[in-house]
Design a binder for this molecule. Structure first.
Ligand code: GLN
Ligand code: ZN
Length: 777
């Protein structure tokens, strides 16, 4: 090991929301004006201190940059925007201190839309999208990075600031409104790199010995340009950064995918360490065999990301060790690390009190993952024999897991094993169109996506029920009256196809997880979704089955109250998997089929109870799309297949709807077609119906509902506004196929704005229907 080398165990980042979601509470209190900025900063500093101390307690070295400094008040990409001074011109001069500027970019204010949010690689974490034009100013603002480094040093911890790298930053940015046509943010790489150089300078002056730049763009086929182009940009950027005379050592990290083909080139850069995700990715076997890998890394370090930072299972230590040892045997100075920043897993299994003890013994959250890297590092330095006891302990855990009741259920496996292609196919589109004609649904039919506002009363009633303050019968009564109100309201507004409102659901995935066997729900397993929002993904640990109908009572009660059709409302198999922690001992395809069959039975029961239209939401279909283009076909095959398995039991006269939460359709339009849903609703208002053109070009023949009402803000879109969007859609899509609906569910909205907006939506549909009737005469 060279002097100042990275210690042999590290992680790429740690959850920053706090074990008790302290950060959420502090930031939200600041937004409400309940605490001032000094207090917010004090609480954030206290949280950072606790995190560093915890990481050292878990075994990371306090010296040498093993402890990552990955705090963020809201989002790491937004942090980079501020560190680069890249405030979009449209925000003008925002009043207030730095933190107010920061939160205004994140959340907007009365005069400004916030930065758009989008999903971070193939995770369920959302970042604030930078907006760059040829006029964006760039200037280093290292103050908060410097503050964190200094603060840590005072506590005796040499931390390693974690920063989104320049290439990934610009490839994720979008062209700002004031950019010339054809401008691409990445064209400003050289200037941005110069600012990163200034940041390095300031960090060195503050005493940082290491810095980590995350460049996941290197492993993604979803960013502009191909892999070779991204690698060339990275080479250009880091050749420059390497030359900065007084700088911390640089660790370049490539989480979320397979960097194997780039590793030799990255090792040859004038930087000190490279990380590869060896859970998603692999080692460059040929380059290891011919020695080019070893020579690229001579005098450098390789961080082997062998502990999975995306799931919650205890690591198979023997398998993980073997990967790290292979790097060491190749003659490279090896550090054990995680595959990615642990921000995607909860803090600590020990915080779960009610979880079944046996299940708990199989799990590893962030703290346990840190311990696992430390154990593996010990094996690397002292030899495998030194950690034989830990190996043996994991062997026992894995054996216990494999044989535990519920993990493998023969009857369920027999059923998935017997699935044939016929089980995934409905009657032809023509047959269905005729059969569903009997439903008498008008052209430009109006509907909503499912949820109505989750009011304080609903959340309070649920909390009282969970705490045992009201009994099941009282809670049931409350929900039924909620349903009756929502049904009546929709009739008054004049909507054509109604929903029951989903008041009974805390979350569209957790609700199903709670009612299916094979899942468990955590008490404290919070994971940041965006900003101060966190979700608690369920754990899918066993074979999945449906002990009893889940939604039937709610949907049929709603249907009994009205002559309009009420849509049955289910979450699809892909989304249930995407937003849960799934088992790692069988393929996603197998798991998805089990979930699909449970949903298939639910649809049968809904139909039996008189429901004619069933919506199966798949908002996560695109999110799970692998970053590697060559793995995408296989993914689309099983994901689309599981949706079809869930829905294809429906007779031709049953109308199957689906809802997808985004408008970037290009890459998956064939998949959407493959779902074979009779009607698909999608997000479209913010992109001003961009999606209808490709749909028209594609000759899409089934029903489609491009959202005309952007539900992401409390703004009430006027009749004129929604009419205009609908006209654009109607110009490309025949009225028979066109549905009129909001972009997404209404659960985050208030009632006043919802009623006003939906009334305008119904009026817009009438206006456009009238116009097309006149044209027809
Ligand atoms: N039916 C769900 C709702 O309306 C769909 C939400 C989603 O797609 N995210 O809330
Ligand atoms: Zn949606």
């Amino acid at each position: 090991m060279t002097a100042h080398a990275l210690p042999t165990a590290t992680i790429l980042g740690y959850p920053r929301i706090g074990r008790d979601r302290e950060l959420k509470r502090a930031v939200e209190a600041y937004w409400k004006g309940a605490i001032d900025q000094v207090e917010l900063r004090r609480r954030a500093a206290a949280l950072r201190a606790v995190t560093r101390a915890r990481l050292v307690e878990l075994g990371l070295s306090a010296a040498g940059g093993a402890v990552p400094e990955s705090f963020s008040f809201y989002d790491q990409v937004l942090d980079a925007t501020l560190a680069l001074g890249a405030i979009p011109a449209r925000f003008g001069n925002i009043a207030g201190n730095d933190l107010d500027v920061y939160f205004t970019l994140a959340r907007g204010n009365a005069d400004h839309q916030p930065l758009e949010m989008t999903k971070w690689f193939d995770t369920n974490y959302h970042f604030s999208v930078p907006e760059i034009s040829e006029h964006t100013p760039f200037e280093a603002h290292p103050a908060s990075l410097v503050e964190q480094v200094r603060e840590a040093l005072e506590e005796g911890v040499e931390t390693r600031p974690v920063i989104v790298g320049p290439v990934t930053y610009l490839l994720l940015a979008k062209a700002a409104d004031d950019a010339a046509p054809g401008f691409t943010p990445i064209s400003r790489l050289a200037e941005v790199v110069a600012v990163y150089a200034d940041l390095l300078d300031a960090l060195a002056a503050a005493g940082a010995s290491w810095v980590q730049f995350d460049e996941p763009a290197l492993v993604s086929d979803s960013v502009p340009g191909d892999r070779a182009a991204t690698l060339a940009l990275v080479e250009q950027a880091y050749t420059q950064l390497g030359k900065v005379s007084n700088r911390p050592r640089i660790l370049l990290a490539t989480p979320y995918g397979n960097a194997a083909d780039a590793l030799v080139a990255l090792g040859n850069l004038p930087i000190e360490a490279v990380h590869a995700d060896l859970v998603r990715g692999s080692l460059p076997t040929a380059a290891i065999a011919d020695g080019s890998f070893a020579s690229a890394f001579a005098g450098k370090q390789f961080v082997a990301g062998v502990v999975d930072g995306r799931n919650i299972w205890r690591t198979d230590l023997r398998a993980a060790f073997e990967k790290a040892a292979a790097v060491q045997r190749a003659g490279v100075d090896t550090v054990v690390g995680t595959s990615n920043n642990l921000q995607h897993v909860p803090h600590d299994v020990a915080a779960e009190v009610q979880l079944d003890a046996r299940l708990k013994s199989w799990l590893a959250f962030a703290d346990q993952k840190v311990e696992q890297t430390v154990i593996l590092a010990k094996g690397l330095t002292e030899g495998a024999a030194a950690i034989e006891a830990e190996f043996a302990a994991v062997d026992r855990v894995l054996a216990d897991r494999a044989s535990a009741p519920g993990v493998r259920i023969d009857a369920i496996r027999a059923r998935t094993g017997a699935v044939t292609d016929a089980d995934r196919s409905r009657a032809s589109e023509d047959v269905r169109r005729v059969a569903q004609g009997a439903l008498g649904i008008p052209d430009l039919a109006t509907t909503t996506i499912g949820s109505f506002p989750q009011t304080t009363e609903i959340r309070q009633a649920r909390a009282s029920y969970v705490r045992g303050e009201i009994d099941g019968a009282a809670y049931n009564e409350f929900l039924r009256s909620e349903i009756a109100t929502v049904v009546k309201l929709q009739e008054e507004i004049g909507l054509d196809v109604l929903v029951h409102g989903e008041a009974e659901r805390n979350d569209m995935v957790q609700y199903f997880a709670e009612h299916l066997d094979g899942f468990s729900v955590t008490e404290n397993g919070w994971v940041q979704s965006y900003g101060t929002r966190a979700t608690r993904p369920s754990i899918l640990w066993g074979d999945v089955s449906r002990p009893a109908p889940i939604t039937v009572a709610w949907s049929s009660y709603a249907q009994s109250l009205t002559d309009h059709f009420v849509k049955g409302m289910l979450t699809g198999p892909v989304t249930i998997l995407a937003w849960s922690f799934v088992r790692d001992d069988q393929s996603l395809a197998d798991t998805a089929n089990q979930v699909a069959l449970a949903l298939r039975d639910e649809i049968d029961d809904l139909v039996e109870a008189g429901i004619k239209i069933v919506q199966v939401d798949e908002p996560a279909l695109r999110e799970l799309l692998p970053l590697d283009a060559d793995r995408q076909a296989e993914y689309l095959d099983w994901s689309v297949g599981s949706f079809r398995l869930a829905t294809a039991g429906a007779a031709p006269d049953i109308q199957i709807h689906t809802h997808l939460c985004y408008s970037e359709f290009g890459e998956i339009i064939d998949a959407v077609d493959g779902l074979d849903a009779d009607v698909t609703s999608i997000e479209a208002a913010r992109s001003r119906m961009d999606v209808v053109v490709p749909l028209g070009d594609h000759g899409y023949s089934r029903g489609i509902g491009p959202g005309v009402y952007d539900i992401h803000s409390p703004r009430v879109p006027s009749i004129a506004e929604q009419t205009e969007l609908l006209r654009i859609a109607a110009a490309h899509i025949p009225g028979k196929q066109l549905w009129v609906n909001p972009d997404c569910g209404l659960k985050t909205r208030g009632y006043d704005e919802t009623v006003a907006s939906l009334s305008n939506l119904v009026a817009a549909a009438k206006a456009v229907r009238g116009a097309s009737r006149e044209r027809a005469h």
